[in-house]
Design a protein around this ligand. Structure first.
Ligand code: SF4
Length: 293
């Protein structure tokens, strides 16, 4: 396969073919995100993607490709007819193709109607990874998502309404010590209003070269310590009112790997967090280097 620059994918797409339908991110302004700062956004041609598919057929065998992640950061921003064409090519090239997935920026989500998302799902694009990071209006403004929490929720709900799977990512620590608890409550309420199938939390690890790294270095954002992060997570989980969702907080950036099915495991998760928060002798995972993520 041919890839341009560093390619990122959600952890759960580890066994998917990564098809770089676009390069970079069309938005590229979130203050904590360094993934595509060195790339200029563009869509790749059909010819290029067909060549990549032919290479994947050759390398892995056509029957072995079942799942495909459409990279880079914002492939959903492509016009719906072009996405449908890519999905058609995938079905043609890979006889066992089951489904595609994609990162979904709020701008891309809001550019699609429920009907378009349903049509894309029918064609195989059935999993969307969206990162509001917070449901708190001031925090979302500070990290420059470019929309309000209500606008992001409107876009995210279209995925749920269309019957596709929505995976939501929240970012612990992003409100700093000042807004830690408010960020936790607002984020849980945001998630409750959207009802995604999957919810995961990562912990903010400021990457040099990003505006949020400068904020931390210059003292404008004071990050909670690891137990403060767990207190934030405890508040978030205790406010979740989810009707059948998989919750994960087990990324390398998380001090304590934990997860379960909600609402079934909510009380257990809160109890584990309480016991760890209250016992300083329990070691926590140290924050990773930004380069290890
Ligand atoms: S929309 Fe996603 S990929 Fe683009 S800058 Fe924001 S976090 Fe990064």
């Amino acid at each position: 396969m041919r890839y341009e620059g560093t390619v990122y994918r959600p952890p759960s797409e580890a066994h998917s073919l990564i098809l770089q339908a676009t390069i970079g991110c069309s938005y590229n302004r979130c203050t904590y995100c360094a993934m595509y700062i060195d790339k200029r956004f563009r869509q790749r041609s059909r010819e290029d993607l067909l060549t990549d598919m032919a290479m994947a057929r050759e390398s892995y065998g056509p029957g072995r490709i079942r799942r495909v992640f459409l990279a880079d950061g914002d492939a959903l921003i492509m016009r719906t007819p072009r996405l449908l064409e890519i999905l058609g090519d995938l079905r043609e090239q890979f006889p066992n193709f089951e489904r595609a997935s994609v990162y979904a920026s709020p701008q891309a989500l809001l550019s699609k109607s429920v009907e378009e998302i349903a049509e894309l799902k029918q064609a195989g694009l059935s999993v969307y990874y969206a990162g509001p990071e917070t449901g708190h209006p001031l925090v979302m403004e500070r990290i420059a998502k470019g929309v309000t929490p209500d606008e992001f929720a409107e876009g995210a709900r279209r995925v749920v309404e269309a019957g596709a799977k929505l995976s939501v990512i929240l970012l612990l620590g992003v409100g700093g010590t000042e807004l830690s608890q408010a960020h936790a409550v607002a984020s849980a309420r945001w998630v409750n209003a959207v009802q995604p199938r999957f919810v995961s939390t990562l912990t903010l690890v400021p990457v040099p070269g990003t505006p949020i790294h400068d904020d931390v270095e210059q003292g404008r954002l004071v990050l909670p310590d690891p137990r403060g992060i767990l207190r934030e997570l405890r508040t978030m989980v205790s406010h979740f009112e989810l009707d059948g969702a998989i919750f994960r907080s087990n990324h390398a950036s998380n001090a304590l790997p934990i997860g379960g099915t909600l609402p079934k495991d909510k009380n257990r998760i809160v109890a584990v967090l309480d016991s760890v928060i209250d016992d300083d002798s329990i070691p926590l995972r140290p924050p990773p280097s930004p380069h290890a993520l």
